[in-house]
Every structure is written in C-alpha cells, then in structure tokens.
Design a protein around this ligand. Structure first.
Ligand code: CAO
Length: 649
C-alpha cells in the first residue's frame, strides 16, 4: 500500500515548537493543504498543512508535544503512486526560512571603490531569502543619477516574486555592475554610489582607506533605519491584521511592530532594535511582502544595527537594504519572526491560531475580549463561538450586553446570594416585546405631552347606550370612542399619520387609518390592529375590538392581525394610574397613553364644577413630528373627546 510520511517542514529555524492543536486523527481522510497540526511559538502560530491527500494511518504527535523541522507528523495512505515517501522538512517550501545567517553575505563582494575623490559606497545584492541566480529585470538608475536612500536601484524577479533593491544611501550613482538580464546572487556587486557626505561618512571614509576599517550600518546615518518586513517564506501580499505601535512609540528590540496573517499562519513582526518609531507607513488591512518597508525607526544607540557586518572587516561593500529579501544584511528594524524569543510586550497577548483570527475578523469580534480555554489561555473557535452566542442571546433578551449601540451591559448578578429565587422562562412574546422596546427606545427620539380630556358628556352618552349595547351583545367601553377620536385626529393632522422611510431621505405619508391597541395577554403584550378605523362606526369598532382582544388572550392572533398600524392606543384606564410615558411603536411615529378617568373639580369661570377627566399622554417621534404639530393633534383629540358631536363634522 502506498503511504507517505509528512514531516514538520521548515519553520524558520525554530526548534521545539509547541503543538497546540492536532487537527486530524487516525482514519481521517484529508485533502491536500488540510491543516494537520497547529504550532505556536512566542511570536507566531501556524497551521501545518498536508502535503499529500489520503487516509491518515498514524499520527505521531500529540497536543502539548514539541516539534522541530523534520519530525514526523503523520503517515498517510495515498491513492496510487507506488512506494512510501516522505514530505515536509527539507523539501517543503511553503513556510518561512528566516535564516539570519544569510544576512552576512556581503563579505565576498569586491571593493569597488575606484579611488576617486569623495566617499564612495559599494553596494552589493542583499540577502534574497536563499534565492540564487535571480534575474535582473529592470535597472532603475544609470551612472550619473542621483538617488535617495531607499530609492530602487534594480528590480529582481524570482519565480515567486519581483523585488526592488533599494539604495542604502543617498548620493550619485558612479557605476552599475549589473545589466538588464543578468543573474545575481546575494553579495554580488551592484553599484558604486558617491554619497553626498555626512550621512554615510563613517563608511565612506573607510572606503577611501581601502578596507582597513569595518563597515558601518546605514542606520548610523542619523540613527534611523527602515523597519523592513522579513522573509515571509515566499508569501506575498500578506494581510496586516494588527498594528502594535504608533509613531512616537518607544520600542524595545523584539517588541511586536505589526501582526501579519497568511492563510496558514499569523505572525508578529518584531523590532530588530530598540528605538523610537519615527514613521509608520502601514495600516490595518494593508498587504505587505518580504522586504517592504513599514516605516522608520530611530535607533537608541547604534551598536545593534552595525553588528551583523562587523565581522566582515575586509569588506567595504555595502549591501542594499533587503527590500524583498529575508533578514537583510543591513539589519532593518524588523527581525525574522522566529528568531526572536523575546516576550511579546505589544499588549496583544492573545494566543489564537490563524483560523480563529480569521473567524474573529469575519464576526467582528475583538479577540482581547474573549477568554481562551486552551493551553496558555489560547483561544479556540469554540471560545469564539460561545462568546458570540452569549452576546446574541443577551441582545435578544433586550437588556443584554449588546444593544448594538455601544451601551455598556448591565452586569450579571447572582440574585440567589440575597435570598430564594426561581428562574422563570420568558415567553416568546415577552422576549420579542423586550427586543422591540429596546429598539424603539434607542432609535426614536421621544417627546411626551400630557393633557386631560373632559369626557363628562362622553361618559354620559356611553352609559346611555349601555342597555342597547347589552341588547346587541356588545361591550362599549371608552376605547371605541378613543379609536374614533384618534382616527379623526390622524385625518385632521396628517403629520401624525406617517413613518420614517428607511432611506433616511423621505417620510411615508399614509392615506389609510389603521390603529393598534395594546392588549395585556397571558403570553405578554400584543398589539392587534383595527383597520380603517375612520370608516367604521362605534358598534363595529367595539365588536371588532372585543373579537381581537379575545383572539389575543387565547393566543389566536395571526401576524397579519398585528401589522400595518399607523398609531397605537395603550390604555391602562381600567387598571389605574394618572399618567405614563408610552414608548412609540416604530415604525409608527406616535402613541396615546390612556390612564384612569376620574371626577375632578374644574373651574368654570365662576364655580368649581365636578368633571370627568381622562388623563392622556401622547408620545411621538420628534424626527417626524414637531411640537406644534403635536399640540394641534392633541388639542383636536381632546376637543373631540370632550364633545363627540364634533366627530360628525
Ligand atoms: N378610565 C376609567 N375607567 C375605564 C377606563 C378609563 N380610562 N378605561 C376603561 N375603563 C373601565 C371600562 O369602562 C370598564 O368598566 P365598565 O365595564 O363599567 O364600563 C372597565 O374599566 C374595564 O374595561 P376593560 O379593561 O374591560 O376594557 P378596555 O376597553 O378599557 O381595555 C384593554 C381593554 C385590552 C385595552 C385592556 O384590558 C388592556 O389589556 N390594557 C393593557 C394595555 C397595556 O398593557 N398597555 C401597555 C402599557 S405600557 O405602554
């Protein structure tokens, strides 16, 4: 049977890396690139993908193990292709190879100082991440050109990437040692640049004295050096998912500058030296590649940046800062990810694999807020899921952590510490009501006005109809009168018979008058709607209302019975109270609260007269309705209730 052993590939030189997740088990069928295990160093977590498809025969690692390049991960039974083979370790090419030893490759570069006057710098090809014989596809400068530090000298192209090689110094190009179409490797002579003086004075002077002094790093020019993305193992256009520093920040060597994320790994890019961030040219969401500059670092002391080249005391050539190469010889201000064992001091101490980070970004979750349940508090997808589930649940309950408005959550309280309690399940209607109330309360800028309607005559009229009502089998409470009066007021003051259009640009003016009435049912508060109230008589309204109330209390209301309202009446008159502020039932723009009518003395100009006063409160959406409109509406409403004959007008 054909089997294949998959080993830990090149993990950038890191040794004994923690296995934090084993994603497969014996018997699993895997596809090419499926994640086998997840590794985590101090600075990066990375998925190790399958380099073969098939059925897992054995798994050689467990969660918590430590592995290095070449260790066996799994054995896979593959279809076809005869004998057993191995993959991973040395032949794997999809992980980073941030081998800092490559950075000293400038030594064999010949001294191209031509002995002419002035400070001349010999520039050599920097570390190309291990690539050799790379095509020169463009010459960006010619002898006689003036270049600034960082300007491209040439463009190289491998089969994986094209990369600019920037000038390490400012000055005049004296000569170019390469031509278009040449092939170059690390350390090859590239150009001679006559510096303008000052900036590279230390190295320039050494040049003229032909190799008697060690080369100085470019950072010594003014103490600033670019922060360069190290070798990303061939990955290009990698997402910047986090910026850990800001301009002006002091960083210590090893501090995270930014966090990157590829499909397979998330990794911190640490500072290669201590200093102050002078400029930062990337932002979250940008894409970067190996060698890209992400800003400038003012070095605190210069020893560190000069260090990599000191050993090459015979050389006066200056390798260009590795724009797209790994672990550049000029030691830019970002170091290879896996070469730094410094603790993360960036404050982003979240341990999460790339898949978890990706999911978090898709869900808009701030990982800092999620508690990790894995080793070293590492976040798992389950942690993320339960965090999101919890938030959604609380939001659905109305008063929870997230109302979508950024309002802080009401903290959870263990009430049992104060006495006996019982948890009673909320009905669906109660939960929906809570949700609607929060939504309406937060979305609608409420204004509430109060007034009393003198219903002395109305009540006399209503009581006079009692016998007739009984005969008809009807129940005539004040509510049908309120419905009729509200319908008339909506017609008289159409600014109340509107909704805000969702485009934020329009008002929807309605030419129908459907009114909802809040009904207290055993399941919770429901609002059945009576249609065309303005076209119906009192008896019809009374009967229809009773029918709807019965349906509501028996749980028989259909969704259509509760839709299309233009205005709502909420009556607590039968229960008592002198006033309350009803919440607008959006997308309606107003609601009438009805409290308990009572006989009160009213001054008639010469005497106090006992009158039956009905306390009313009118809440409205101030986006749609102005106070003056509300005043007119309310005055009309109370006058109609005071003299129902006006309904005939
Ligand atoms: N003042 C004094 N008495 C009143 C009154 C008022 N405002 N409103 C009603 N009454 C009287 C009625 O006339 C009736 O007495 P009679 O039988 O002697 O005529 C008695 O109170 C009981 O009325 P009712 O409750 O049977 O009927 P209703 O039409 O007044 O109300 C309903 C029906 C469904 C609106 C009411 O029962 C209800 O469920 N209200 C709850 C509304 C609610 O919870 N709103 C949310 C508040 S927060 O927004």
């Amino acid at each position: 049977m054909a089997t294949e052993i998959i080993k830990v590939p090149d993990i950038g030189g890191a040794e004994s890396v923690d296995v934090i997740e084993v994603s497969v088990a014996v018997g699993d069928t895997i596809e090419l690139e499926d994640t086998l295990i997840v590794l985590e160093t101090d600075k990066a977590s990375m998925d190790i993908p399958a380099s073969a498809a098939g059925k897992i025969v054995s798994v050689s690692v467990n969660e918590g193990d430590k592995v290095s390049e070449g260790d066996v991960i799994v054995e896979v039974e593959v279809e076809g292709s005869g004998s057993s083979s191995e993959s991973g370790s040395s032949d794997s090419s999809n992980t980073s190879s941030t081998d800092s030893s490559k950075s000293s490759g400038s030594a064999n570069n010949s001294d191209s100082s031509d002995g002419s006057a002035g400070s001349e710098e010999s520039v050599s090809v920097p570390d190309l991440g291990g690539a050799d014989n790379v095509d020169v596809i463009e010459l960006c400068v010619a002898p006689g050109d003036t270049v600034e530090e960082g300007d491209s000298l040439i463009v190289l192209e491998t089969d994986k990437a094209s990369l600019d090689v920037p000038s390490p110094v400012s000055g005049e190009v004296v000569s170019l040692a390469v031509s278009d179409g040449d092939k170059v490797s690390q350390g090859d002579a590239l150009a001679v640049i006559r510096t303008a003086g000052g900036a590279s004075s230390s190295s320039s002077s050494s040049d003229t004295e032909s190799a008697s002094q060690p080369e100085s790093a470019p950072s010594e020019s003014g103490g600033e050096q670019p922060m360069i993305i190290p070798d990303l193992g061939g990955s290009e256009n990698v997402d910047v998912i986090e910026i850990c520093v800001a301009e002006g920040d002091e960083v210590a060597e090893g501090d995270s500058l930014i966090v990157l994320e590829t499909d397979k790994a998330s990794l911190d890019v640490p500072a290669s030296a201590s200093g102050k961030v002078v400029s930062l040219t990337v932002k979250e969401g940008d894409k970067v590649s190996s060698g890209d500059s992400i800003g400038t670092l003012a070095i605190a002391g210069q020893a560190a940046s000069a260090a990599p080249q000191k050993s090459e005391s015979a050389s006066t050539s200056k390798p260009a800062p590795a724009a797209k190469a790994s672990a550049p010889a000029a030691k830019p201000a970002s170091a290879p990810v896996t070469n730094n064992a410094e603790p993360d001091t960036s404050g982003s101490n979240v341990y999460a694999g790339p898949a978890v980070r990706k999911l978090a970004r898709q869900l808009g979750v701030n990982l800092d807020k999620v508690k990790g349940s894995g080793p070293r508090k590492r976040l798992t997808k389950d942690d993320l899921r339960s965090y999101v589930k919890n938030i959604v649940k609380q939001a659905e309950q109305g008063g929870g952590a997230s109302t979508g408005s950024g309002i802080p959550a009401i903290p959870a309280v263990d009430f049992s510490q104060f006495g006996d309690i019982e948890l009673v399940k909320m009905s669906k209607i109660k939960k929906l009501t809570a949700e609607n109330m929060v939504r309406n309360w937060l979305n609608v800028p409420h204004v509430t006005q109060w007034d009393d309607a003198d219903i002395t005559e109305l009540e006399a009229f209503r009581k006079g109809l009692k016998a007739e009502a009984e005969k008809r089998g009807s129940k005539l409470t004040p509510l049908p009168f309120l419905l009729k009066a509200a319908a008339a007021a909506l017609r008289a003051e159409p600014s109340f018979n509107v909704s805000m259009h969702h485009d934020g640009e329009h008002i929807v003016q309605k030419d129908y008058v459907h009114i909802g009435v809040a009904v207290d049912s055993p399941m919770g508060l429901v609002v059945p709607v009576i249609r065309d109230v303005d076209k119906k008589g009192l008896w019809e309204l009374a009967d229809e209302f009773v029918e709807l109330v019965n349906k509501a209390r028996n749980g028989k209301l259909m969704p259509k019975d509760m839709q299309g309202g233009c205005f709502t009446i909420s009556s607590l008159g039968a229960m008592g109270g002198t006033g309350f502020t009803p919440i607008v039932n959006a997308p309606e723009v107003a609601i009438l609260g009805v409290s308990k009518a009572d006989i009160k003395p009213v001054w008639n100009g010469s005497d106090f007269e006992p009158r039956n006063l009905l306390p009313l409160s009118l809440s409205y959406d101030h986006r749609a309705i102005n106070g003056a409109d509300a005043g007119r509406f309310f005055t009309f409403l109370t006058s109609v209730l005071s003299d129902v004959r006006r309904l005939l007008l």
